[in-house]
Every structure is written in C-alpha cells, then in structure tokens.
Design a protein around this ligand. Structure first.
Ligand code: FAD
Length: 471
C-alpha cells in the first residue's frame, strides 16, 4: 500500500492528523507540497512569509527524511492547475490513497473539490481537521448555526474541551532507514529574519520558553508593545508549523492543568487561541468572508474614502500620530506587529481616515509574516465595525490616548521613529509643538487628520446606514 500525504498549511510531522493516519495504516508514505506562486500573488501574500514558508518546507523535508519519507516539491502556477499537475505526477508515482488536512479559504476549498473530482475514481481521498482544536462546523448553537458572537462560542468551545479534551498526535513512526532530504526551497526573494528560525523544533522551543517565562503574566503584559509579553508564535501557527493542540499541551504541562475559567493563570492566552478558532470557524460558515465582503451585509453600503494620499501616509508611517507611525514602520521592517498596535492602526485607517478596511487588510497581507485570511479578515472587520462581534461603531480608538496608555514613556515609538528620539517623554505622543520650537522636526509630519472631527464623521457614516437620509 502506498499513501501520499499532501502538505499545505500544516508543515509539521507532530500532531499532523493526515500524516499520522496515512502512516498508522502501515502503508509506505511519501509526501508532496504543491507550490502555487501565481496564487500566492493573487492572494497578495508577503515576500517575508514566502521566505518563511520556503525555510519551513526545507525543515519539514529534513524531518520527514529522518522518518524515511521523501518530500517532493511540485509546482502549479495557480490552484486551477493543481488537479492536472497532481494527476500527471500520480501517473508516474501511483498511490492507493491521498491524505490531507483541510484548508479553509474558498479558493482552497474549490481547488480541493476539483482535485476530488479528478481523482475520486482513481484513489481514496481522506481529509482531516488539522488546524483547529475542534473541527469547523462542530460547535453550533442549538439551532445548528455557527455562533456570530464570540462569548457563547468560547463557552461552547470550553464545554467541549471539558467533555472530550483535545487530541494530540505523536509524529509517525519511522518507516525504515532515513532517506536523503530533497531540496524543496522555493525560489524568490530572500528576506533575512533571524527572529523567525524555521521548523517545528524552533517553534516548540519558542512555545516552551513562552510558557515557562511569560504565560502566567500574559494577561498583564500582553498590551504593551515595547515589551515581549506575547508569544510571537503567530507565524508558526499561520503555516501550521505549530498546532493549537500543541499550544494546549504546553500550557497544560506548565500549569499542571488547563485554565478553564477567567481569572485562572494562563486563561487570557487560552482565550486568544479561542479567538483564533472563532475566526476560522466563521470563515468556513460564511464563505463571503473569503470574498472581501463584510460579515454584516448592511455595512457593505458604507461610503468609504478612496483617499490615496492618506493611505500612502498610513502605509509608510507618516500620519503624524507617533504610535500609528511607529507601528507601521515596525510592520514594514519586520513583517510583524503587536496585537494592540494592529487594533490601533486598523482603527486609525478605518475610523480616522475612513478608508476601506479591505485596503488595510490587503496591505497587512502583503507585509505580514503571519498573514492568514481568517485572523486578518476577522481583525480588520472587528476594527472597522463590519464584522462578527465587532467593536461597536461608536467606539473609536483615540490614537493619542492609546499611545499614552500602552507606550507610556514612548520606548516603542523611539525605536521606530528616529525623528522623535529627542522628544521629552511627556510630549512623545503629541510632539509637534516641541518639534516646532526646537526646529527638530526632521520632516516628521503634522497630524494628517483631526481625530475629534474624524471620529464624528466615522459615527455619522454608520448612522447613515440606519437612515440613508442622514449623511
Ligand atoms: P499571542 O498573543 O501570543 O496569541 C497566541 C496566538 O493566538 C497567536 O499566535 C494567534 O495565532 C492567536 N491569536 C491571538 N490573538 C488573536 C486574535 N485577535 N485573532 C485571532 N487569533 C489570535 N493574526 C494572525 O495570525 N494573522 C493575521 O494576519 C492577523 N491579522 C490581524 C489583523 C488585525 C487588524 C488585528 C486586529 C489582528 C490580527 N491578528 C492576526 C491577530 C493578532 O494580532 C495576532 O495573532 C497576534 O498579534 C500574534 O502575536 P502572538 O503570536 O504573539 O500572539
């Protein structure tokens, strides 16, 4: 018996249901990854993430080779070509069954349907849940619908965890002697990023270090971007180098049990993992989220601005709001941004500049090393007020007071906005008068928008949805 495992966003050998099930049956296992560079571009994903993908693929090939399982890299320009490329390869390398873990986006689901149709009468196809603790569609309201609000979803998720626990799978046993790993690195831009070592061993080390050092304090530390109070595991989770079950297991080991309710040490982190699951379950239940449509259909009628100048100022970190500018420059340089900052800059783009959240979502995707549709779309729609359980439309972050609260002495700002390094601590969030007086602006821009007025305009935009006569 020959089983083929098709790796996608699950680049790990441990806790990988498709790989585990393919191997446990005693079959001879080999593996493929199908690179789709054109699709990557169509999805607007970043060079930084592609580089990270490439390095993780190589690490995976080596892990698999040590188990005696060769990984072959195939290429199909776009998803449309995948069934043909796969069929042609299978003619040369016949298999009895194809194993894969489900992907959630609509394009991925359409690709998988086409593969299913092309191969169904030739071989068995088995698909698994590898990216969430509980399978999409398995947690529903009494009437069988997906939850639209986070809190009841989280309650049901926790009840399920209490009832069934989670299933953590070991890596498969080696099938004979190790083989030589194929070279599977992708072509493309090399982007140096020592901060993100590749492979599941590196991911496991980072997870263990986070649990030992920061998990207990996460609730108190997680909102301050100048400190490393969060796990920085998102790039690994986004490509499936790490699974959420592995996060639960590490947390359980560290705390001698899982925190199951608010107030228990570590619960705040668990809650973030549940947000991750919430957005993933939503993406499957509401295909329109994969199609740039608002979760709340009525908000599709919002009159967003197309202000190109404002958008460029936001992208390049030149809005004149120090915390926004520091955050955007950090993103541009590192491919990563702290969650508090993602909320601040997303609110600024949509509620201060009134620019379409889809433009921000796409820009994030083009820059992030952890870009993934469910969380990115969820985060943007939350900030814009168009999403499931979104921030109420009248709640508009004030970028100055957000800076004062979460980067009080301006350490984060000074790290990323060199024009402001000399500004005294108490003026760092409103430095313009001081810069004028000291002729030390070095070109740091004046605020491109008046927050108070912009806030009122944002509220009026949403009010107009209720009564189109009011604009
Ligand atoms: P931690 O705080 O340590 O959390 C652990 C893990 O939980 C994260 O790695 C992530 O997988 C998950 N998680 C945490 N917060 C959230 C959240 N609010 N929603 C969903 N999952 C969460 N996350 C991405 O992984 N990819 C994205 O493309 C992305 N885009 C975002 C866009 C916006 C506008 C906003 C507001 C949030 C976005 N997030 C995204 C969610 C969150 O900002 C990041 O997951 C988090 O900052 C990653 O840092 P960390 O690994 O240190 O997280």
């Amino acid at each position: 018996m020959r089983h083929l495992v098709w790796f996608r966003a699950d680049l790990r050998v441990a806790d990988n249901p498709a790989l585990y099930e393919a191997a446990v049956a005693g079959a001879r296992v080999s593996a493929i990854y199908i690179d789709s560079p054109g699709q990557w571009q169509q999805h607007g994903r970043s060079a930084m993430q592609r580089d990270f993908l490439s390095r993780n693929l190589q690490a995976l090939a080596e892990q698999l080779a040590a188990l005696g399982m060769p990984l072959t890299l195939l290429s199909a320009e776009t998803f449309d070509e995948v069934p043909g490329v796969l069929s042609a390869w299978l003619q040369q390398h016949p298999q009895d069954a194809l194993y894969a873990n489900r992907e959630l986006g609509i394009d991925e689901r359409r690709r998988d349907k086409a593969v299913q149709q092309a191969l169904a009468d030739k071989m068995a196809i088995r698909v698994f849940n590898g990216d969430c603790v509980f399978q999409h569609g398995s947690l529903t309201t009494r009437s069988g619908d997906m939850y639209k609000v986070f809190t009841p979803f989280a309650k049901t998720w926790l009840a399920q965890l209490r009832a069934t626990g989670y299933r953590l799978l070991p890596p498969p046993a080696a099938q004979g002697e190790p083989v030589t790993a194929n070279a599977v690195e992708l072509g493309g831009e090399r982007v140096a990023s020592d901060h993100w070592p590749a492979g599941e061993v590196a991911a496991a080390e980072r997870l263990a270090a986070f649990c030992q050092q920061d998990l207990r304090d996460y609730g108190a530390q997680r909102d301050y971007p100048a400190t490393e109070g969060t796990s920085s595991l998102s790039p690994y989770l986004a490509l499936g180098v790490l699974s959420p079950n592995q996060c639960l297991a590490a947390m359980e080991q560290e705390l001698d049990g899982l925190p199951m309710s608010r107030g228990e040490a570590g619960f705040v982190w668990l809650n973030e993992l549940i947000w991750r699951e919430f957005y993933r379950h939503l993406l499957v239940a509401y295909p329109r989220l994969s199609m740039s449509r608002a979760f709340k259909p009525d908000t599709d009628a919002l009159q967003w601005s197309q202000d190109r100048e404002g958008f460029v100022a936001w992208c390049t970190g030149k809005t004149g709001y120090p915390i926004v500018d520091a955050a955007m420059r950090c993103l541009n340089e590192t491919g990563w941004m702290h969650n508090r900052l993602r909320m601040i800059v997303a609110s600024f783009l949509t509620k201060d500049l009134h620019i379409d959240w889809r433009m921000g979502e796409a820009y994030f995707m083009s820059r992030l090393i952890d870009g993934e549709l469910a969380a990115n779309n969820g985060g943007w729609q939350w900030a814009a007020g168009t999403g499931a359980d979104a921030a109420p439309y009248f709640r508009v972050f004030n970028p100055t007071t957000q800076g004062e609260r979460f980067d009080a002495n301006g350490d984060f700002i000074r790290r990323w906005v060199p024009e402001l390094t000399q500004v005294p601590e108490k003026l760092i969030h409103g430095p313009h008068d001081w810069l004028d007086n000291h002729e030390m602006g070095h070109g740091y821009p004046k605020p491109i928008v008046d927050h108070k007025r912009a806030r009122l305009h944002a509220i009026a935009m949403f009010d107009a949805l209720k009564d189109p006569e009011v604009t």
